[in-house]
Design a protein around this ligand. Structure first.
Ligand code: F6R
Ligand code: MG
Ligand code: MG
Length: 369
């Protein structure tokens, strides 16, 4: 069967600042999708990661389907009503438009959708990150799909050994979708050259070269491109199919043990290590550190199994302690150097305004005789 997986997520308000949605908000979203999904979807799940609510649907309607998008939009509107009633912070903040207009793309919520022929066994992973931006997935995707030091399957399996095709988006371009396709292993240096700049170039999707089908899809939206100003971090979602001609689940999750530095955390304006956390973890220290969750599913006939929390295993406790150390260490240097994001990525305008004021006072000293 040809199935479409759709993840649509938004921050529509949270308790105690940017920590987590309230139980009532999540219940309102869940009730709405359950009551209105009849005949539209094969299955659905509601997740939250940090302050973001994500809806996972399986269906047969293809990517970008107006009715699926409308279902998600209306669920977020229902949740926003509760957020306002409860005085939650940032109620409805990712709903940037007043009325739904056929597709949530460009309206605030993040979207990741892929359509494929379902395998007899269909394991897939749903990642969601909070307090960071879509470039956070560049390094883990590069390591999982292009580096045999992380993924021995690239050497051990003749199918994985044929490499992968990456579609990379230039998210600095606002006139439309500016994308490039690169194949590994032949163009892995070209790929690495782009992906190192994770504020500008972002992996959108990955495809198998052995079978031609899609392995991964990430959300790439940047809210400030939509709103013309910063309205919060983009908090990306990612779907990755696992096993057989794709990397194994263990190869896909292994890179998150690095706790690599990503943009985000306090006021969306810092660099902090990405911490893999168990489902339901709120955010805490310094509006961070940025977090990522991973729900592992199996699917048959578009029906989901229960999910396994891929970052709940005790090994990840050791990773979290190390990432916490990295976060604390980076915070010791406050706003200096790489601790804070470069000017163009700052979520607040105070620094730019102050520089503009004091710039005028600079003088070029007369050369000495
Ligand atoms: C993401 C998130 C942050 C905030 C940012 C600024 O979920 O919550 O990126 O948007 O920290 O928020 P304010 O200005 O409301 O503190
Ligand atoms: Mg938020
Ligand atoms: Mg968030």
């Amino acid at each position: 069967m040809r199935v479409t997986l759709s993840v649509i997520k938004a921050d529509i308000g949270s308790v105690g600042g940017h920590l987590a949605p309230s139980a009532a908000l999540e219940a309102a979203v869940r009730t709405h999708v359950r009551e209105h999904a009849n005949g539209l979807v094969r299955d659905l799940r509601v997740h939250h990661t940090g302050d973001d609510i994500a809806l996972l649907f399986s269906h047969e309607r293809g990517a970008g389907d107006a009715q699926i998008h409308e279902l998600a939009w209306n669920a977020f509107v229902a949740g926003t009503r509760i957020a306002k009633e409860q005085g939650l912070y940032g109620a409805g903040q990712d709903l940037l438009k007043d009325a739904f207009s056929g597709n949530v793309r460009g309206m605030g919520p993040a979207v990741a959708e892929m359509e494929f022929e379902e395998r007899p066994a269909e394991p897939f992973l749903f990642f969601a990150a909070d307090k960071t931006d879509p470039g956070a997935f560049n390094l883990p995707l590069y390591l999982a799909f292009a580096d045999p030091m992380n993924t021995p399957g690239l050497l051990l399996s003749s199918q994985l050994g044929q490499g992968f095709r990456f579609v990379v988006m230039d998210v600095g371009y606002t006139e439309g979708d500016r994308v490039i396709e690169l194949v590994t292993p032949e163009e892995s240096y070209e790929l690495a050259t782009l992906l190192r700049d994770n504020q500008r170039y972002v992996v959108e999707s990955v495809w198998s070269r052995a079978k031609g089908d899609q392995a991964a899809i990430a959300s790439t939206s940047r809210l400030h491109n939509i709103a013309g100003k910063y309205t919060g971090k983009d908090d990306p979602v990612l779907l990755v199919r696992a096993q057989m001609h794709f990397p194994a689940t263990g190869e896909i999750v292994a890179p998150y043990a690095i706790g690599h530095f990503v943009g985000g955390a306090m006021r969306g304006s810092h660099q902090m290590p990405l911490m893999p956390v168990a489902q339901g973890s709120p955010v805490s220290f310094f509006d961070g550190p940025p977090i990522v969750t991973c729900a592992a599913y199996s699917m048959h006939g578009g029906r989901f199994s229960e999910s396994v929390d891929a970052f709940a295993h005790p090994l990840w406790d050791a990773v979290r302690l190390r990432v916490a150390d990295k976060a604390l260490e980076m915070r010791r240097q406050g706003f200096f150097g790489p601790a804070m994001l470069p000017m163009a990525e700052l979520e607040y305008t105070g620094i730019a305004e102050r520089i503009e004021r004091i710039e005028k006072r600079f003088q070029v000293r007369a050369a000495r005789a």
